[in-house]
Design a protein around this ligand. Structure first.
Ligand SMILES: Cc1cc2nc3c(=O)[nH]c(=O)nc-3n(C[C@H](O)[C@H](O)[C@H](O)COP(=O)(O)OP(=O)(O)OC[C@H]3O[C@@H](n4cnc5c(N)ncnc54)[C@H](O)[C@@H]3O)c2cc1C
Length: 687
């Protein structure tokens, strides 16, 4: 068994009574959820280092927006100096290196999300793009970013008038053969690049996506360019650019999101990222892809790793939120027989509100850990020129998986944080509870790197293609929809259980999800065909099938993926963790199915009251079964107290002592208001 002594023991206290009822060792569960001992050690090393550094001490009062930006930039500089990413890690295989980067990102994100966004965009997204979209001539930028940290980059895609629909973006890069330069231009304010992280105050370069135009006037579609923005020595922007900061946002204010307009701004020809297409010195366009849409696809595929990173961050956020709410529920007492108040955790309503999210946190972690490993192995193999069976089909399947899973994880996390905030009552509304910051900093993930509603549609596209060709075989190298070849038989299935025990079985959950997917595909396909037969264009027909169909389909597929991947991992678990993991998986599956009862009845899977009655009874039974485990489950999910940074969620469980310290110690909490003279009556009191 691995030596886990590097994980500090938990302090003894009021949480002991619930901890003593757990059937497993929380440190072992923590290791299992991380999936790798070295990466878990790395995470603890980062947290310990940052805890000792005053620059990372959590502020008790929110600093001004400008100050948050300054601190975040200084923190990034410090993290660069700490060199958590060692030379050996850089030199290791692609998948090892990327997993280390992802772990560093998650560990830093949990301390200050703004720093990790800054680092992810400014260093890793940019350098990854140079490797995947660029060639040898861009290596100097790579070196300056990764090794020397002379470049801090940004990623400029979104424009004021175009976000999700990237094809019609208006920034142009026209090639001038006389000077052998591209001339970058913004025709009007609607075409200004905006929301670009790191651009407002700090970045030295941007990875710009602009319409490439050759001297014959042909528009070859969006291409990536490395564009210098600021002098690294002075942070002055270069002439020919209008650059500004987006101002105060709802969260992640440490990030300087900015806008930029180009006025006939010249960059060398070599700054075009030319792995898939180039322009000769004379201005002739040469592409290895014949269709511009495929080019765009290749350029944006680069975002998959970023989206996986967002999912990992969501796992951290949901874990922190449930840890705070469960520890609070275990120590907060309200009502009870006579004077004997009982902990909130004893109430079935409270369990039902929170345990679905606790199980989601565990299932998502296991799913994403396994999925990231498979994804990175495929990329590694293909980068190394090794044969990957059915590579293009695998890339499409992965894209579909990411496109529905990022929405599922980010939305569920957002709902979870809100529920946890409410579950902590008024105290949950304190800044020092940390649920507010967790929520606001997490919130934009549902919009950036692909708006969730738009991204979900892409998963639906792929699923429908598989459904249409199911009779002759599906293109599913990862095996997520091979069951579709049995679609007709699956749709014959009917609910026939008589006892809750039959539902509390992963097999039941998986087969019910397969039925749901088959039925939703049939429905969506029929609706689409019917719209097309009425003369609607494909685009219009698709739009008419989103609500209750395409969108639900994409969500159900993502839930199914989380369940099958997690179930496979739980099946391989040979420590004493299998029973608790199985309970959590069953809870997640039943809790998620509860949202789809309408479809299960509408499609004729069940009739009468037995499905709804048994499903809901099973969920409540799972709540009771999880109660003795749940405090130790969140101990495994939670980061250290420094990182969790919540007065309500400390691992010692001393809720009221901690709260008193925070309230009494608040800056100026017990001082007379400095503005008291302005508000009292000036006439002497007659009292
Ligand atoms: C904090 C933050 C950081 C960001 N960082 C960057 C960055 O570094 N670089 C960068 O380039 N961009 C960045 N962005 C921008 C982000 O990527 C875009 O906001 C995102 O792509 C969505 O585009 P949009 O805002 O134009 O929304 P729109 O595309 O206008 O969408 C608005 C709404 O309409 C809906 N909608 C759109 N199309 C359809 C449709 N066909 N059917 C049904 N509904 C539809 C969407 O679901 C959404 O709810 C950032 C944004 C934020 C908030």
């Amino acid at each position: 068994m691995a030596d886990l002594s590097f994980i500090p023991d938990l302090p003894s206290g009021p949480l002991d009574c619930y901890r003593s009822t757990a059937s497993f060792d929380w440190k072992q569960l923590k290791l299992s959820l991380e999936g790798d001992l070295d990466l878990l050690k790395l995470k603890y090393k980062i947290w310990k280092t940052l805890e000792k550094d005053l620059l990372f001490a959590p502020p008790s009062v929110t600093p001004s927006v400008e100050e948050q930006k300054r601190i975040t930039q200084l923190q990034l500089k410090k993290i660069n100096n700490y060199k958590f990413m060692t030379y050996e890690m850089f030199k290791s295989s692609y998948s090892k290196r990327t997993r280390a980067i992802m772990t560093i990102n998650e560990a830093v994100q949990s301390v200050n999300p703004s720093v990790s966004v800054k680092m992810a965009i400014g260093i890793y997204l940019f350098s990854n793009a140079l490797l995947s979209l660029g060639t040898e001539r861009h290596y100097k930028f790579f070196e300056a970013t990764i090794w020397n940290r002379e470049i801090l980059a940004s990623f400029a895609l979104t424009e004021v008038a175009h976000g999700s629909d990237a094809r019609l973006m208006c920034t142009t890069a026209s090639y001038d053969p006389k000077s052998r330069e591209f001339v970058v231009h913004t025709p009007d304010f609607k075409a200004a690049k905006c929301w670009v992280g790191n651009l407002g105050r700090t970045c030295t370069h941007t990875l710009l996506f602009a319409q490439l135009i050759t001297p014959d006037g042909t528009n070859h579609g969006l291409h990536g360019f490395v564009v210098p923005v600021r002098d690294p020595a002075t942070l002055e922007t270069y002439p020919g650019l209008v650059v500004g900061d987006m101002g105060e946002k709802i969260g992640v204010n440490g990030i300087d999101n900015g806008f930029i307009m180009f006025n006939q701004y010249r960059i060398p020809r070599e700054n075009l990222l030319n792995r898939t297409a180039d322009v000769t010195e004379d201005g002739v366009y040469e592409s290895s892809f014949s269709e511009p849409s495929k080019m765009l696809g290749a350029a944006l595929e680069n975002l998959s790793a970023g989206r996986i990173g967002i999912m990992q961050e969501s796992c951290h956020t949901i874990s922190s939120a449930v840890a705070i709410a469960i520890r609070y529920a275990a120590t907060r007492r309200q009502f009870g027989a006579k004077d004997d108040e009982i902990p909130l955790l004893e109430y079935e309503l409270h369990q039902w509100r929170l345990f679905g999210y606790v199980s989601a946190a565990v299932v998502f972690r296991i799913y994403i850990e396994k999925f990231a490993r498979i994804y990175l192995n495929i990329v590694e193999k293909s980068n190394a020129g090794l044969k990957v069976d059915n590579l293009s089909a695998a890339v499409s399947e992965i894209h579909a998986m990411v496109s529905c899973s990022k929405p599922l994880l980010t939305w569920t996390t957002l709902d979870a944080v809100q529920q946890c905030r409410e579950a902590c009552g008024g105290h949950g509304y304190l800044k020092c509870a940390n649920l507010g910051d967790l929520r606001c900093n997490h919130e934009p993930t549902v919009t950036y790197e692909g708006d969730n509603n738009v991204l979900s549609q892409q998963a639906g596209n792929w699923l429908l293609r598989q459904y249409e060709q199911a009779a002759s075989g599906v293109d599913s190298p990862l095996g997520t929809v091979t069951f579709l070849t049995r679609c007709q038989d699956i749709l014959e299935d009917k609910f026939s259980c008589e006892r809750t025990e039959q539902l509390k079985d992963v097999k039941f959950i998986k087969s019910t999800y397969q039925w749901l997917l088959c039925w939703l595909l049939k429905e969506t396909h029929q609706q689409y065909e019917s719209e097309v037969s009425k003369g609607q264009s494909k685009f219009e027909a698709k739009s008419k099938c989103q609500v209750y169909r395409w969108k639900t389909l994409s969500r159900v597929y993502a839930e199914y993926l989380a369940i099958i991947f997690c179930s496979e991992s739980v099946g391989q678990e040979d420590t004493g963790l299998r029973p608790v993991l199985n309970k959590l998986l069953v809870m997640y599956g039943l809790w998620s199915l509860d949202q789809h009862l309408v479809e299960l009845y509408q499609g004729g899977f069940a009739s009468g009251d037995s499905l709804a009655r048994l499903l809901r009874a099973a969920i409540l039974e799972m709540c009771a079964q999880l109660k003795p485990e749940v405090v130790s489950v969140v101990d495994a999910l939670a980061p250290t107290d420094f990182v969790l940074n919540s007065v309500l969620g400390k691992s010692d469980g001393n809720l009221y002592q901690n709260l008193q310290k925070a309230l009494f110690g608040g800056p100026g909490a017990m001082e007379r208001a400095s503005w008291w003279r302005e508000v009292v009556n000036s006439a002497p009191s007659k009292l």
